[in-house]
Ligand binder design. Sequence first.
Ligand SMILES: [Zn+2]
Ligand SMILES: [Zn+2]
Length: 254
Amino acid sequence: MASLEIGIVPCLSDNYAYLIHDAAAGLTAIVDPSEPEPVKRALEARGYKLTHILNTHHHFDHTGGNLPLKEAYGAEVVGPGKDRDRIPGIDTGVEEGKPWRFGNHTVEILEVPAHTRGAITFVMDGAAFTGDTLFAMGCGRLFEGNPQMMWTSLSKLAKLPDDTKIYCGHEYTLSNGRFALTLEPNNADLKRRFADVETARAKGQPTVPSTIGIEKKTNPFLRPNSPELRKSLGMEKASDVDVFGETRKRKDNF
Ligand SMILES: [Zn+2]
Ligand SMILES: [Zn+2]
C-alpha cells in the first residue's frame, strides 16, 4: 500500500496543523486546523482538495478552521465521539477500539483524556497525531483531568512502536527542552537533542515529527522512572504517577 504523504501547516503563532494526502484514494485530510487561510494556501500549492477534517480535541486553536473549511470544500469533520457537543461541525464521532477508515488505511483511535476529557490521538501508517496530549519533550496541561488520568494516557502512547512518528499540536520544543534539562542535566540523549532543537529553531525549522522512541529517552513526562529525574525532585521512592504529577506541577510554574 502506498504510504501517506504528510505536510506541516504552521498556524497562528505556534500551532501545527497537518495535511495528510492519500494519492491512491484521492483523499486529503487536515488535522487540527486552527484557522482556514494557511490550510487553503497549503492545499492550493499542492493542488489538493480537502476531503476530511480531523480534530484531536475541542480547543479553538485546533478547531477554528472547521466550519469555514467545511463550507469551502464540503469536507467531513471527524473528531472524538465522546466530545461531539464541543467539536464544531462534527459529522463522524470516533472511539477507541473502533478503527476508522481513511481510504485504504486503517486509523487507530486512542482515547487519551486529561488535557481535555475527550482528547484522542489518531494513529495511521506509523504516524501518531497527538494534539496537546504528548508534545516533543513535553505534555499538555491538565485542564480536564488529573495526573493519574494523564499518566494513563501517556502510558498508552508510550506503548506505540518506537519508530512511530509523533506529530504534536504546538512548537513548544525549545522551552520544553529547557525545562527537561533542569531535571536531567546529565541525560546525554537529552543534551544532544536539545542542541539539535536549538539549531533547528535558529533556522526557523519545525522540530516535528519526533518518534516515540526519542520521546521515551528525552521527555521528562515519560520518564518518571529515571533515577536522575527522581533525585532532582527528591522523590526517589515515590510512585510513577506521583513523580509525573510533580513534574507537571513544576512545568506549570517554570
Ligand atoms: Zn488544547
Ligand atoms: Zn493547542
